[in-house]
Design a protein around this ligand. Sequence first.
Ligand code: SAH
Length: 359
Amino acid sequence: MTPLARILARRIAATGPMTLAEFMAECLLHPAHGYYATRDPLGAAGDFTTAPEISQMFGELLGLALAQAWADRGRPAPFVLAEPGPGRGTLMADALRAARAMPGFLEAARVHLVEASPTLRARQRATLAGHAVTWADSLGALPEGPLFLVANEFFDALPIRQFVRDPAGWRERVVGLRDGQLAFGLAPPLPVAALAHRLADTAPGEVVELGAAAEALAALIGGRIARHGGVALIVDYGGWRSRGDTLQAVRAHAPADPLEAPGEADLTAHVDFEALARAAAGAGAAVAGPVAQGVLLDRLGIAARARVLAARLSGDRLGAHLAALRRLTHPDEMGRLFRAIGLHAPGTPPPPGFDGGAP
Ligand code: SAH
């Protein structure tokens, strides 16, 4: 048992089974033993890699998209340039470098990173040395004002609850104890108001996920953009409408059992883009997309950018660059599973890359 497994087992023995959301939150962010709290999991030596770590083009194109959206909105100054869950700070560094091409953007930007992990904050500080950056524990702590936000693989790290459809209602999937070890179980059936609309499109035995934290943050971002203007680019993997069990644990680039080593494996769930869109729209924002990541990067000009970079490379480095381009955009790689939605204020144009309608 990991130290965190022992802590959770003691708590469950004392107070009963915990929801998956409580379990995920402890596994990822427990101050002493949480996965993100204690390590930098990204990159080849870590447990997983992400689009900004695969190629600088990802952050550059999203940075330019934000800068163009800012110019399209009359260059509000100052404005909040925010990124929740910035990992190593790579996306923001690439975005800021590319956005130098937009006169006035960097001068007006107040860069705010929302990061829960002290380890990753230190990493971001190093990556972004030379930039004035403010860190916050939560999106709610950001100053009010025009908001230009980018989030990549942030929402998938937020805790979810799971419910199994039952003839008598919904049974919540919980983490309890069996023979002293952590084990999944099902709570007794109950009606769940937030799932009333799913009675029509699910059958007994099916699993549905609810991400209350993700929805609350989408509403917060949407509300700020509706009130003060701005855009949000939200990129992640997932589908339109939660269907089935998507909880996954990853350790050293390989799937793992979510209960096997709490705190030692990354835990994520697919993002339910319909739920995010509905929450943001409910708070007054307009929602564009979803657009597949491959299509979005294509529309933002990744082919032209890739050619410019390729012209300076040869041999193995050229091969790696072309492989990265394929990995980000090809439908069999990240191009289709990853998608993006764009939030903007009603009556304003959608952010660049979202204006061609959903493919
Ligand atoms: N966006 C980065 C990192 C993705 S990993 C990239 O694309 O490479 C998820 C990130 O979200 C990490 O930085 C993690 O520490 C952070 N994170 C996870 N849960 C969080 C929470 N509840 N509040 C703030 N940050 C969180």
